[in-house]
Design a protein around this ligand. Structure first.
Ligand code: BEZ
Length: 252
């Protein structure tokens, strides 16, 4: 998984929409009381808490020790573990796996699909939502444009934003899944406060700005560049585009 040092305060404080918006995908899981559910990339724990409140035996794993520490602080009675999705090591233990806003960070998508499939019993469900093809295209090109204007070099920054064809084929091949439904859709997302864009970039694209000598000047230029497209009615918007997939593990 791409290494990111997560700031759990900023994540919960200014980016609470990550969990809130993931609630729509969580509903598609149709988790039942008593079912064992694994939340991959559980962040600060809100989806595990929501599932457990409904009697679901949910546990959360996240690659970030900072996020797991915050989840345990918020929900001391709920189970959270630090684990990279590719190293999960569960065998046929879960009725369902859920993953929101996580799999675009994973370098080895094939390995992740295999590990998720291994964790599920035959007939188990997998519901995921994350960045799809074209996600944050405007933010990304704005950052590159300002870096280039300032004479800064290219920095390798890899997200996995697949098309439906790419990701559903991967699930079929790597995970022995039958894909039941898939969507790719624009989901413009409002960012909180007048510094919404700056906070978002600091939180999620820290590696693209780490070498910028004058950060204030960089962000002033970035806001100027993106304002015509991403600032409406006094609010900054992230040009999110989501892929959402429902699949079933089986012997097809
Ligand atoms: C996303 O949720 O789409 C996302 C978050 C951080 C960086 C890139 C994409």
């Amino acid at each position: 998984m791409t290494t990111v040092k997560w700031n759990a305060d900023l994540y919960d404080g200014k980016h609470g929409f990550v969990a809130t918006r993931g609630g729509e995908a969580l509903d598609l899981l149709e988790a039942q009381p008593g079912e064992r559910v694994l939340d991959v990339g559980s962040g600060t724990g809100d989806h595990v808490a929501a599932l457990r409140a409904r009697g679901v035996d949910a546990i959360g794993v996240d690659a970030s020790p900072e996020m797991v520490a915050r989840a345990r602080e918020k929900y001391p009675d709920h189970p959270f573990e630090v684990a990279d999705v590719c190293d999960l090591g569960y065998r046929e233990e879960f009725d369902a796996v859920f993953s929101n806003a996580t799999l675009h960070w994973v370098d080895d998508s094939h390995g992740a699909a295999e590990a998720i499939s291994n964790a599920l019993r035959t007939g188990g469900r997998f519901v995921t939502e994350f960045g799809g093809s074209g996600n944050i295209q405007r933010i990304d090109s704005g950052i590159w444009r300002v870096r280039s204007e300032l004479g800064l070099p290219m920095v390798l920054h890899k997200f996995y934003f697949p098309t439906i064809g790419e990701y559903t084929s991967l699930l079929e091949e790597a995970g022995r899944f039958r894909v039941d439904a898939a969507w790719l859709f624009d989901r413009p997302t409002p960012l909180e406060g007048p510094d919404g864009l700056v906070n978002w970039v600091r939180m999620f694209c820290a590696d693209l700005i780490a070498d910028v000598p004058d950060q204030d000047a960089f962000f002033a230029r970035l806001e100027e560049t993106l304002r015509p497209r991403l600032h409406r009615d006094g609010t900054w918007w992230a040009d999110y585009r989501r892929i959402r997939v429902c699949a079933t593990k089986g012997m097809f």
